[in-house]
Ligand binder design. Structure first.
Ligand code: LMR
Length: 408
């Protein structure tokens, strides 16, 4: 056997560090401490810290039974597409007119991927994508991987939405730009624009001809009401009459993380254009994953289309959003009784799955090393990881980190 070393085709390849948030999960799983707390990845946990199979999802699985293993069409399960789009758009003229193209996608990331690919294929002239700073880390990775120039606009300051800087940043965008808008439950800050602020953002988007892409991973999960959480989308599409792409995920709202079930849609000005965009979405789906997975689509479609199961789902949304809200308040009151230095009121003003604590990376590292508390290095915690058994432990660990480790 020859041991001669030949030049590798990959000699210039550079190692890419692991994804930060998935790496937090890996470290958490590897930790043997009985005290460990996982506040990293955004996955809902019940009051016992366990993954929760929604009662509505259990009902849907029973109703589905044996469903075979055949391919879905390229655009996905039609019943799923028809039901899912109603969550975002019911009551809007675009929906009633049928000016909407839809395609099943691999959860929220897959939906954004198809949205970006379709924007390119449609020759829409979009070269730049505006995202918020901070944002979900995949926004930058995904759109820059597709060859868009990605521009970050400041979004957060002193524990709140920095409306002024955001609007100023967005003023630089024009009709060659798209903007990624978090429909609700901004990830990671938990700070959403008020309705008046949404109206101003909408006016600017309209005036500048910027194309809105709604990343809508938390509809219903945020407030417990789908209609409340879809308000901004419907305002842009209906009140302003804008074209838009809406990317939905059912990972959080139905607890279907591993099924990778989502929807990408394009709202257009005419039914003909919607037909064209449907054909483009099918084409980019075929080029990337051929056709989407069936089981999650069947579950979501059954939940949404069966009145008794849909009613149970509404209750499940209230259970999840309510538990998260109560944990926010519990954490805040624990920190208040510990007299932890600093103002922590932002934790109860924020909304959605995450709390953006504002602690420094060295304090985050200390929490992991000393207290076995795992969270994103951006200071984001997944509030769903807290429960009656660990919230006091986490509060005292945070108190210790803040008192012991200088902010740096
Ligand atoms: C998160 O933000 O933690 C989740 O949306 C999971 C992910 O894919 O990053």
């Amino acid at each position: 056997m020859s041991s001669s070393k030949q030049n590798s085709l990959f000699q210039n390849a550079e190692f890419v560090p692991p994804d930060a948030i998935f790496d937090v999960t890996r470290r958490y799983l590897a930790d043997a401490s009985p005290d460990k707390v996982n506040l990293g990845q955004g996955t809902y946990r019940d009051e016992n810290g366990q993954p929760w199979i929604l009662p509505s999802v259990r009902m849907a699985k029973e109703a589905i039974g044996e469903c075979g293993h055949e391919y879905l069409p390229i655009a996905g399960l039609k019943l799923f597409r028809d039901e899912a789009i109603k969550i975002a758009l019911r009551g809007t003229k675009a929906y009633d007119d049928g000016r909407v193209a839809t395609c099943q996608a691999l959860s929220g990331t897959g939906a954004l991927l198809l949205a970006g690919l379709a924007l390119k294929k449609a020759n829409a002239g979009i070269t730049t994508v505006y995202i918020t700073e901070p944002t979900w880390s995949n926004h930058d990775l995904l759109f820059s991987s597709l060859g868009f120039k990605v521009v970050s606009v400041p979004y957060y300051k002193d524990g709140a939405f920095d409306f002024k800087s955001y609007v100023n940043g967005l003023k630089e965008a024009d009709s060659t730009s798209a903007v990624v808008l978090h429909a609700c439950a901004h990830n990671p800050t938990g700070c959403d624009p008020s309705r008046d602020q949404w109206k101003e953002v909408g006016r600017l988007v309209q005036e500048k001809g910027i194309f809105p892409i709604f990343d809508s991973a938390y509809l219903g999960f945020n407030s417990g009401s789908v209609d409340e959480d879809a308000w901004a989308i419907r305002y842009f599409v209906d009140a302003l009459g804008l074209e838009a792409s809406i990317c939905l995920s059912f990972a959080k709202s139905m607890g279907l993380y591993g099924e990778r079930i989502g929807l990408v849609s394009y709202v257009t000005q005419s039914t003909e254009t919607a037909r064209t965009m449907s054909s483009i979405l099918e084409n980019v789906q075929r080029a990337t994953v051929s056709n989407p997975p069936a089981y999650g689509a069947r579950i979501a479609a059954t939940v949404l289309s069966t009145p008794a199961i849909a009613e149970q789902w509404s209750k499940d949304l209230i259970t999840m959003s309510g538990r998260i809200k109560s944990m926010r308040h519990k954490l805040f009151s624990e920190l208040t009784s510990l007299q932890t230095p600093g103002d922590w009121s932002h934790l109860i003003k924020q909304t959605g799955m995450f709390g953006y604590t504002g602690i420094s990376p060295s304090q985050v590292a200390y929490l992991e090393d000393k207290h076995h508390v795992y969270m994103a290095d951006t200071s984001r915690i997944s509030i769903a990881g807290l429960n009656e058994s660990n919230v006091a432990y986490f509060a005292s660990a945070l108190d210790d980190a803040v008192r012991t480790v200088p902010r740096g």
